[in-house]
Design a protein around this ligand. Structure first.
Ligand SMILES: *Cc1c(COP(=O)(O)O)cnc(C)c1O
Length: 395
């Protein structure tokens, strides 16, 4: 074992099952291991490094800002924070943005907004939020509670009350929960990432929008993983042709630095007042400058390339030996193996120089950088094909 792995295992809290590789550098979609090997990265730090490792324009945007001012408190204004909020609103139709540092925190803000709205519009006690089974919304006690997977709930009781769980792609089950609870909002992922890359149908997503309109509920879309170009639109709700009341995002927005954002629609733009929410680092100017650089480059050309590469992945893997099913949207793809487990395949890929992720329901999950060069992608897909075709070994 390398020294770094040994020190990490000794001193870092044991909350991750790490792959046995130390990444000490990278360029584009290639990670450099301490072992001297190169790895084609189809995970991009879980949908974070949208333009790969050490992307020059992003590094310049962040470091230029670092030379000006790295941080001030939210008691003062800074340019990058204001500009980023403007860009997000102009590109989505949302009206206001709350900045924080992670997806979980952005979802906390969305939940607060929905509960405030519920109480103001429908009275005290109108606080229940419907989420979906197999969803994932974060690791704080409230977002764990929002996460519709029992095994996340067991260890940390009591969780925040006020969440009930509907079946994905089943409008009837959403409707039934609206009728039997004092509901203020519905929160969904359009494509469930951690839960197995489960794609919600346009009928379902539009149906949830219609139900929320009918009952005056807040529709929240968790775009933490689907956002920032991942699905072939800047935000996936644009792919579905609807506007939620809150869209949360994080992961890819910062291009590699921590940021979270809750975007509020017209209906919620005045829901918060000074003191209602806050975050020391929220809207940090260096992170925001990087995020603005990332957003500006997720343009029509970039999104068209995402769709092309998505098609390439589907065309290459569909019907291959050992591939039971493949699903997803854009460059968020889940593949169900026929023979070995997703974990075994991920380990096999690593041994052959390719980094992939797994997701719930035994899926191999691909979240490559939006600008992954086609040559790297094709090379990695050859490795994947071989690993899926293997019937045993490489455990
Ligand atoms: C990763 C993720 C989160 C949590 O984000 P953190 O930044 O880890 O708090 C929430 N929702 C979805 C859909 C995610 O994929």
């Amino acid at each position: 074992m390398s020294n770094i792995m040994e020190t990490d295992s000794t001193y870092v809290a044991d909350t991750y099952a790490r792959f046995p590789v130390v990444i000490q550098g990278g360029h584009g979609s290639v990670a450099f291991g301490e072992d001297g090997r190169e790895y084609i990265d189809l995970g991009s730090g879980i949908a974070v490094n949208v333009f790969g490792y050490s992307d020059e324009a992003w590094v310049k945007a962040v470091s230029d800002q670092l030379h000006r001012v790295q941080h001030t408190s939210n008691l003062y204004y800074t340019g990058p924070c204001a500009d980023l909020a403007k860009e997000l609103c102009e590109r989505t139709g949302m009206k206001k943005v709350f900045f924080c540092n992670s997806g979980a925190e952005a979802n906390e803000c969305a939940i607060k907004a929905a509960r405030r709205y519920g109480e103001l519009k429908h009275g005290k006690g109108c606080s229940t939020i419907i989420t979906l089974k197999d969803s994932f919304h974060g690791r704080t006690l409230t977002t764990l509670s929002a996460t519709g997977q029992d095994h996340f709930h067991e260890l940390f009781q009591p969780l925040t009350p006020g969440f009930v769980y509907a079946e994905g792609n089943d409008l009837g089950s959403v409707k039934q929960l609206i009728e039997t609870n004092d509901v203020c909002g519905v929160m969904i992922e359009t494509v469930q990432g951690e839960g197995g890359v489960n794609v919600m149908t346009p009928d379902f997503v539009k149906g949830v929008r219609a139900l929320c309109d009918e009952h005056d509920l807040i529709m929240i879309i968790d775009e933490v993983q689907t956002g920032n170009g991942r699905t072939g639109s800047l935000y996936s709700f644009q792919e579905y042709g609807i506007l939620p009341d809150v869209a949360t995002t994080a992961k890819g927005l910062g291009g590699g630095l921590p940021i979270g954002a809750a975007m509020l629609s017209e209906k919620l733009q005045d829901i918060f007042h000074p003191g209602d929410n806050g975050s020391t680092f929220g809207g940090n100017p260096a992170v925001a400058a990087g995020a603005l650089c990332v957003l500006k480059r997720i343009d029509e050309d970039c999104l068209a390339a995402v769709k092309e590469k998505s098609k390439l992945i589907f065309d290459t893997l569909e019907g291959q030996a050992g591939v039971k099913s493949i699903r997803g949207l854009g460059l968020m793809i889940g593949i169900e193996p026929e023979y070995r487990s997703a974990k075994e395949i991920a380990s096999g890929c690593l041994k052959n120089g390719v980094l992939v992720l797994t997701a719930g329901k035994n899926r191999v999950r691909l979240l490559p950088a939006l600008n992954i060069p086609e040559a790297d992608l094709m090379k990695a897909l050859e490795v994947l094909k071989k690993e899926f075709a293997k019937k045993e070994g490489n455990a």
